[in-house]
Design a protein around this ligand. Structure first.
Ligand SMILES: *[C@@H]1O[C@H](CO)[C@@H](O)[C@H](O)[C@H]1NC(C)=O
Ligand SMILES: [Ca+2]
Ligand SMILES: [Ca+2]
Length: 383
């Protein structure tokens, strides 16, 4: 049963709260946000659900990240507050961005895609299945603002967020000014706001810019925008299988690109969220929003920020049903409604969005864009 509230047509959300997962001794609260096509906002506690990380969608079929569960606060992983002492992120990670992106060879091989020990079963992380891949090349980092700017300079490409005139922004990043102009907050998920004028050049709306973030991942790009960029660069989006295989960095059957421990030796290996979502991001890993695309240690293949920082689009359509047959170079269902994204973002925390694992996955409609969603490209040839 729910409460209904009238909201504008592009902010209709159907949000469900439920489902507590137990993973060892840690509790993982996951919630599903899916959009209804009605003109009401319904807050329900009776629907089956999964994390809302996938759920930003446009217009009648739009849904909102539910990347938090205050109900499950006590389950949050407690990070060492001193883990980052002595690291000076501001300077250490200031860098020249490779523009264009370097690519590395991901050697042909086989791996177990998915997991039989799913962190979030409703995402279709299971079952494990043997996948064979030909060699391919992968961008070593997320496509940066600078790279995307070059693309737009050359092609005059207009992104979908610019065409629609708005995009989803995490509320914690917005100025008071921008926030005050938004009357259509989604009651059930107030940390995602559809912001007029938010686009890749203005990640937090009209009063923001990327001039001091040219080396950060481009955001507010839809699947179509990402595909257009990769095609322009002579590349393509990676398949989900390629992305997941590349994520493992030559290791087998590990949770993360670097192994199974989230914080080896107390160090952060990815730009995630520390603190209590959505009220307090301690920035213990050095960043409360995106970080430069080559921050944090690269994995065994030399790939940066495969998990965390920005979510990354893949070319596959979304399904949660997988064959257990061995597959060669799988590229997902022939058709679908949503596209697969991988890796989680700077907004992910185990308590509400345990998706910064190689086998984790989520989805959005191809025209969706948000302040935590980017991409990188792959190709058969070295470029
Ligand atoms: C894109 O064009 C603008 C305006 O001419 C320029 O300032 C900027 O450096 C260009 N960016 C790239 C990456 O070429
Ligand atoms: Ca962070
Ligand atoms: Ca990433």
């Amino acid at each position: 049963m729910g409460i209904s509230v009238l909201v504008p047509c592009w902010a209709f959300v159907f949000l469900s709260l439920n489902s507590v997962e137990f993973t060892g001794s840690e509790t993982v609260g996951e919630e599903l946000a899916t959009m209804s096509e009605t003109e009401t906002l319904v807050l329900s506690d009776s629907e089956s659900s999964s994390c809302g990380c996938h759920s930003l969608k446009r217009e009648r079929v739009a849904s909102i990240d539910r990347e938090a569960s205050l109900l499950f606060e006590q389950a949050a992983v407690k990070y060492s507050e001193t883990a980052n002492n002595g690291r000076t992120f501001g300077q250490e990670h200031k860098q020249e961005v490779d523009s264009p992106n370097k690519m590395v060879l991901i050697p042909a091989g086989e791996f177990m895609m998915g997991t039989n020990n799913p962190g979030i079963p409703q995402d279709g992380e299971s079952p494990e299945r043997r996948v064979h891949l030909d060699q391919f090349y992968m961008d070593i980092h997320e496509v940066s603002n600078q790279e995307f700017q070059k693309f737009v300079n050359v092609t005059n490409y207009v992104t979908e967020a610019e065409t629609f005139g708005d995009s989803f922004v995490f509320e914690g990043l917005l100025s008071k000014d921008v926030k005050s102009q938004i009357s259509q907050a989604v009651a059930a998920a107030p940390w995602w706001l559809p912001v007029r004028g938010a686009d890749w050049r203005h990640p937090e709306g009209p009063d923001s810019s990327i001039t001091d973030r040219l080396d950060h991942p481009v955001l507010h790009v839809s699947w179509s925008d990402a595909s257009a960029y990769c095609a322009w660069a002579g590349k393509r989006l990676p398949t989900e299988a390629e992305w997941e295989y590349a994520c493992q960095g030559g290791l087998n059957n590990r949770l993360f690109p670097w192994g199974n421990k989230l914080h080896p030796k107390g160090q952060h290996y990815a730009n995630l969220w520390q603190g209590e979502f959505p009220t307090h991001n301690s920035g213990e890993d050095g960043y409360t929003s995106t970080s430069p695309v080559m921050s944090f240690p690269a994995n065994g293949y030399g790939l940066y920020n495969m998990v965390g920082n920005a979510w990354e689009w893949t070319s596959d359509w979304w399904t949660v049903h997988h064959t257990t047959d061995e597959l060669h170079n799988p590229n997902g269902p022939a058709t679908g409604h949503d596209r697969v994204k991988k890796g989680g973002s700077y907004m992910c925390h185990k308590s509400y969005c345990y998706r910064y694992r190689c086998a984790a996955r989520s989805q959005n409609t191809p025209d969706s864009s948000a302040s935590n969603l980017g991409f990188r490209c792959a190709s058969q040839e070295k470029l």
